[in-house]
Design a protein around this ligand. Sequence first.
Ligand code: GAF
Length: 396
Amino acid sequence: MAENIPEIAQVIKDAKAAFKAEFKQEAEIVVFAPGRVNLIGEHIDYNDGFVMPMALPLVTVIVGKKVSGEETTIITTNPDADPPKKATIEMPNKNALVKTIPPGPPKWSNYVKGVISNYVGETPPAFNALITSTVPTGGGLSSSAALEVATYTFLDALVGPSAVMPTDKALACQKAEHDYANVPCGIMDQFISVLGKKDHALLIDCRSMTSTLIPVADPNVVVLITNSNVKHELTGSEYSSRRTQCQQAALLLKKLSLRDAKLEDIEYLKSINASEETIKRARHAVTEIQRTQEAAEALKKKDFKKFGDLMVASHNSLRDDFEVSCEELDQLVKLAMEVKGVYGSRMTGGGFGGCTVTLVQKSAVNDVIAHVKKGYKGKPTFYICKPSDGAQIVAK
Ligand code: GAF
């Protein structure tokens, strides 16, 4: 059986009750921001390429209220968050020149501090807030971007209507992740958490920061996410080394980024005796950018067979050329592909654990779950997800 995804209304109701119990006051502001699954276009956002994620019905909810004074208090209900679960933050003074809050323990509070520090516009007042989430932590479904974007949206609700473009909001949240979590991520996760649309995937051009909505609303086709429930230690260091390797490849090719490279450039890299590693990283980037554009066309035409083939090619490239998959993800993909009715399956997100995404006929989804459960060496969890809306202010 797939996991039961709680309705957002229920998550909000529970969060408001927990807020009242903690702070002895009613929450006035309610916001949420979703996690995401990337359908195709992996490790391409920081190469200025194309990615195609969709927002999930798994969300981070923040409820709270403005308070007088300069001390903000935040509480997380996340069982995986490092203790303590309550943190206080000294808010920047409205007249101060430097409005950044220094990072510090607990780790989870740094996402909030980072977003407050990068908030564009009026300095936010102090507040009490309770944070709760249905996005699994560290599962490759962007729990951190959901927290950043939910925080930004909460600040928007606190200070009034924001004149900032949605893409600037995503960029501010990305900067928070760079500076406060030390992850040199691309823009995909924050972008889709801000701009996701119900029943649609988003083809994002990460160079121009523009996007195209692509309907994913076929009643007979389902997006199945399988969490491997493993996370290998390498994640952080390997992510930044992949980013550097791509920059080095672009440098050798005298290109601004691998977005500007073509297949013949891979031959050139070979001819100048570039390292095997450089050649492989560049080949993944070049072919994945191409695949993502083709996948967008296939999805527009509802050509799920073609889309699925591209997903599998993407997985193989991430496994063999980009080397960010792992045994567990490879096994999940292999098992899913053995079931009739599956169009395609691939690892999704940064890799080295986390989730796979599978496009499958609705009638076959239970067969996939049963087959994967039986064959997978670990304990997987499954989510059947419809593309959902981006961040929203529910009450203020
Ligand atoms: C992580 C990053 F945060 C994204 O920016 C992206 O690079 C992704 O890994 C890989 O596609 O989620």
